[in-house]
Design a protein around this ligand. Structure first.
Ligand code: GDP
Length: 361
């Protein structure tokens, strides 16, 4: 299952524009609250500069990066949990994603209507978060009613449900609630919206991007600082202009804004780390390819991402760290220098490992 990030936020904050820029795709972007009625999905490459070096060293014909998916989820409005706007459909779509990118409007533009009247990022953030919590309260209440009828075997779950309900009603998101390991599976089973990791994307104007002080952005930064969540600052309109440019043109364009990389690159990489993902490589004359695993994955399961035979018939993995490969320039030199490690089934694959699996089925 490819991992998905859902782009959410109030209408007219720049979600579709950001999604379009990300996917180079065809999501509708217009000055109209519900222009993205169906969730639009797009796969994006995860940029990784290490691959170019590996391909140059190994003389590989092509580079195949790994990818993640973004979903543009239609605009949420106040009272969505009661069915306002696209209400429950929207909230159901969020349930299917692994992480949330919450776009918050900080840009001023009198030609683009703001649904709540004026630009107020902290308020907008609260509106969305309140809706997600209300939906979770709804889910928990229904679950509690059902579980309470199941007698003594449901007692422990009822206790945890009540604890969660109290915390959410106090305005805390489920992701901040401490739980015992033993309760983890049952909580996961509830599929609460506020357990999903969130990345905030402040959509600012070009002037703010190059250093102009924005009270809107500062207020948002202050609000997010209290949370354990990343806040990225970007400009969807500018990202959209980068589409279709060559790499060289992009660098030139970004340099004009004193930027070294695009906001999208930062967003994709941030999503990747927020999802606890890491990359290992396979390197050969045909291709350098990146493979995605979650942190803590052992060698056989990591091999299973390439082919189930690698996992089933796993014998060993020959591993060179990216740093060693870069320093010694090729496999033979790494081997000679003792930098090629033979690892067994309990080896936990690390980010940047160059791996060759030995298997027998
Ligand atoms: P959504 O409803 O959140 O998906 O918003 P859209 O992406 O459809 O954008 C709504 C309107 O805001 C469109 O007219 C966009 O051109 C405009 N817009 C989006 N991002 C920016 C931005 O960064 N700067 C400015 N000035 N306008 C933007």
């Amino acid at each position: 299952m490819p991992l998905k990030c859902g782009i959410i936020g109030l209408p007219n904050v720049g979600k579709s524009m950001l999604f379009n820029a990300l996917s180079n795709g065809n999501a509708v972007s217009a000055n109209f609250p519900f222009c993205t009625i169906e969730p639009n999905e797009g796969k994006v490459w995860v940029p990784d500069k290490r691959m170019e070096l590996l391909a140059a060293l190994a003389n590989s014909k092509q580079i195949v990066p790994t990818s993640i998916e973004f979903v543009d989820i239609a605009g949420l409005v106040k009272d969505a949990h009661r069915g306002e706007g696209l209400g429950n459909k929207f909230l159901g779509n969020i349930r299917e994603v692994d992480a949330i990118v919450h776009v918050i409007r900080c840009f001023e533009d009198e030609n683009v209507e703001h649904v709540a009247g004026g630009i107020d990022p902290v308020f907008d953030k609260q509106v969305i978060e309140h809706e997600l919590r209300c939906k979770d309260i709804d889910t928990l209440t229904k679950r509690l009613e059902k579980t309470a009828k199941s007698g003594p075997k449901g007692q422990q779950e009822c206790n945890v449900l009540k604890h969660f309900l109290a915390e959410l009603e106090r305005g805390n998101d489920a992701r901040t609630i401490q739980i015992e390991d033993i309760d983890q599976p049952v909580v996961r089973d509830w599929q609460l919206l506020t357990t999903k990791p969130v990345i905030y994307f402040a959509n600012v104007d070009e002037a703010t991007l190059v250093g102009k002080k924005s009270p809107h952005l500062m207020a948002l930064q202050e609000a997010v600082a209290e949370q354990d969540a990343p806040l990225l600052v970007g400009c969807a309109a500018l990202e959209a202009q980068l589409n279709g440019l060559t790499d060289e043109e992009k660098q030139f364009f970004l340099a004009a804004y004193q930027l070294t990389e695009s906001g999208l690159t930062k967003l994709i990489q941030c999503a990747y780390t927020t999802l606890d993902l890491l990359t290992y490589f396979t390197v050969g004359p045909e291709e350098v390819r990146a493979w995605t695993i979650t942190k803590g994955t052992k060698a056989p399961q990591a091999g299973g991402v390439i082919h189930s035979d690698f996992q089933r018939g796993f014998i060993k993995a020959e591993v060179i760290s990216f740093e060693d490969y870069a320093a010694f320039k090729n496999e033979a030199a790494c081997r000679k220098a003792g930098k090629l490690r033979i690892e067994g089934k309990d080896y936990i694959v690390q980010d940047g490992d160059v791996v060759l699996f030995r298997f027998n089925v």
